[in-house]
Design a protein around this ligand. Structure first.
Ligand code: FES
Length: 679
């Protein structure tokens, strides 16, 4: 290298150096430690090493950079372009050679440690640093003068081309190795775990390593198949958790185990079978086989977590709700009968407490409230709400027994979210007439063509009310004065609208009339009570954490899970499910638990981070907190017995509260064991 050699500057790193004419750009980058990806080792096959020339005068560097200062496009790039697209201006850095002074821009997608920008608002980007990387190598053929084994020559090639040393290799790889080398004409792609362990070998060039991120919910299981190097989600699938046949909610599944010796084995087998079905489904979508999946990460609540691992969840069924372990777990896929690659590893995120599981760890990893000074409330609503509150100073977590009402269960006209289910509702405060929308139809019920539309495209009419619809209809009924502050349906309004109907000792509200084949969809007093119990439990859990932190308001609220994605947060606040907060600071976090599983899959560093973080979380056990019951009773009122909800009042015209006899009764009432006992 001399002063006369061309100067090459890489951006964005700013690294620079002089290189002799004819040096491949990738080689120059490597010698300066510039982060450029490559699987094929500079053979012009993988296309990961793309760069751009930044043209112009760079006085800072004292050079004029021009495209001509790289060698002209040659045969390697022509061959690459015959099968793949190369965006305009892009060059393969392994093929382009330095001819003169040049500034080379390394785009984010060509960096090994790239960031994937996530679409969701406020979420941080995913740093890509997968544990498994692919390396393409050409291996020396054996000959009579070199008696070394094929593995030795593969290791030599990996060391020479990729500087990988002290590699380990197991018998599964050895069983594949010789066939792969010969089938690939001594060119193979090798998957290396953590830079140390050869886990797979395939003949020829293989572009992608695949990983699977799985969220095991008590109702549904969702899986995302990702390219480990790019973070791209290439296929997704979900299915109902087959454990539902043993019990709808978590506690009933634990009861099943208690009452049926060996029941935990049945449930473990059921979830593992479902996982294999899901792996086959996503693999088929991506045009690969499940055996191409080299790694998987899992999140799930503590009971799902234990059942996945074949651990009897009985201890989680009663105080002190002891976890078998609160550590992250790494094991072989084969140990949980997961029929992906024979050498695949599984990483299960850590549980936090007996009711706060690896799914909440996933939410924490996706949301990272510990990186912000804003007091953030994270709520994952299911049959049990998992709640985290805190900021960069402290983080507290608890779970609260909300019950299945928010999912449409225990509601007389409730159903799961599916075509035909009412999901949006408005009630006219003057006429008390409702209008609504159902899933699968864009029209409101009072719009022309609605009746025909809901009988088309496979729908069989209006079939029930899903979770978000329940929240809206109750909140709208409250805003219209049909439901009082204490949660009773006001029978006095029956004179104003016949939809308010006497039902024994209470009243109901008819949302949709009976048809020739279906009974009317009515909101019964018991439905309101079921939601009140659930929302009071949720609010009480949040309130308990707020009291522990000595705060009277939160800065932002993120609602995780399917429920959080579909509800209108305004209505959730009108009912008092969540504490008062500026509405613009309340949003859905989507499937944050699943996102957390994906981050753990794609960024090995994140595993250590979440393992550290969960140790910092202070666990609060609602079942043994006397204050929880007090908060629960106060939160039975809509939106709350005493909290002023000042922020909400700025945007919603809340009815004036009348402290009725029922309210006074609530004050002294303690919740029943069932109401206040976490599930
Ligand atoms: Fe693979 Fe350049 S390194 S194409």
């Amino acid at each position: 290298m001399s002063k006369k050699d061309p100067l090459v500057v890489f951006t964005p790193s700013g690294r620079r150096g002089r290189f002799p004419v004819g040096t491949p750009v990738l080689q120059a980058a490597r010698s300066l430690g510039v982060d450029i990806d490559s699987v094929c080792g500079g053979r012009g096959i993988c296309g990961r090493c793309q760069v751009l020339v930044s043209e112009g005068e760079f006085s800072k560097h004292g050079l004029v950079s021009k495209e001509e200062n790289l060698s002209a496009v040659g045969q390697v790039e022509i061959d690459y372009c015959a099968t793949q697209a190369l965006a305009e201006g892009r060059r393969l850095s392994c093929a382009a050679k330095v001819q003169g002074d040049v500034v080379i821009d390394v785009p984010p997608d060509s960096q090994v440690h790239k960031q994937v920008v996530r679409k969701e608002a406020e979420a941080h980007d995913v740093h890509l640093d997968p544990l498994i990387r692919l390396h393409y190598v050409e291996v020396q053929q054996p000959d009579m003068h070199d008696p070394s084994g094929d593995l030795r020559r593969l290791e030599d090639a990996l060391e020479f081309e990729w500087r990988l040393t002290d590699l380990a290799c197991d018998v599964i790889v050895l069983q594949q190795l010789q066939k792969a080398l010969r089938a690939g004409d001594w060119k193979v792609t090798v998957a290396v775990h953590a830079g140390k362990q050869i886990v797979a070998v395939w003949p020829g060039f293989r572009e992608h390593a695949y990983g699977l991120a799985v969220d095991i919910g008590s109702t549904t299981i969702a899986a995302h198949l990702c390219h480990l190097a790019s973070g791209e989600v290439v296929a997704s699938a979900g299915l109902m958790n087959p454990q539902i046949r043993f019990g709808e909610d978590l506690m009933s599944r634990v009861s099943y185990v208690m009452m049926n010796p060996g029941g935990e084995k049945e449930m473990t087998a059921a979830v593992r079978e479902a996982l294999n079905t899901l792996a086959a489904e996503v693999a088929s979508q991506a045009g690969i086989t499940p055996q191409d999946i080299l790694e998987a990460t899992f999140v799930g609540n503590p009971i799902m977590h234990h059942l996945l691992l074949g651990i009897d969840p009985t201890e989680l069924g009663g105080a002190p709700f002891a976890l078998a372990t609160d550590r992250a777990i790494t094991l072989w896929a084969i140990e949980i009968d997961f029929a992906i690659h024979r050498n695949a590893r599984i990483y299960v995120l850590p549980c936090i407490a007996g009711h706060v599981g690896a799914d909440t760890a996933g939410v924490l990893l996706a949301e990272r409230p510990d990186l912000s000074d804003q007091m953030t409330l994270l709520v994952d609503v299911g049959t049990n709400a998992e709640i985290v509150l805190g900021n960069n100073q402290r983080l507290l977590a608890c779970s609260s027994p909300t019950g299945p009402a928010f999912e449409g269960a225990q509601i007389s006209c409730g159903q799961r979210a599916a075509p035909g289910a009412i999901e949006r509702v408005r009630v006219d405060p003057v006429t008390l007439e409702p209008r609504f929308k159902v899933i699968g139809c864009d029209l409101w019920s009072n719009e022309e063509g609605f009746a025909d539309a809901v009988m088309q495209s496979g729908m069989t009419g209006v079939t029930g009310v899903c979770g978000s619809g329940i929240i809206e209809v109750l909140a709208e009924m409250y805003l219209a004065g049909i439901i009082r502050h204490d949660g009773t349906i006001d029978g006095a309004l029956a004179a104003r609208n016949p939809r308010i109907q006497e039902d024994g000792r209470t009243f109901s509200y008819e949302l949709y009339p009976a048809t020739a084949t279906k009974p009317a969809l009515k909101i019964m007093q018991n439905d309101v009570r079921a939601i009140q119990l659930g929302k009071a439990a949720l609010y009480a859990g949040v309130r308990l954490l707020m009291e522990r932190l000595g705060i009277d308001h939160v800065d932002r609220i993120r609602l995780a899970g399917a429920f959080g994605s579909h509800i209108d947060v305004k209505y959730a606040m009108v009912l008092g499910m969540i504490p008062d907060c500026k509405l613009e600071n309340v949003s859905s976090a989507g499937n944050a638990a699943g996102t957390g599983a994906r981050i753990a899959l794609l960024d090995q560093r994140s595993r250590g981070e979440i393992e550290q973080l969960v140790r910092r979380v202070e666990k609060i056990e609602t079942a043994v907190e006397p204050r929880f019951q007090e908060f629960f009773v106060e939160a039975m009122a809509i939106p709350h017995l005493s909290a002023p909800f000042e922020q909400l009042r700025k945007v919603v015209n809340l009815p004036e509260r009348t402290l009725s006899a029922a309210d006074s009764g609530q004050r002294g009432r303690r919740p029943s064991r069932r109401e206040a006992k976490p599930q």
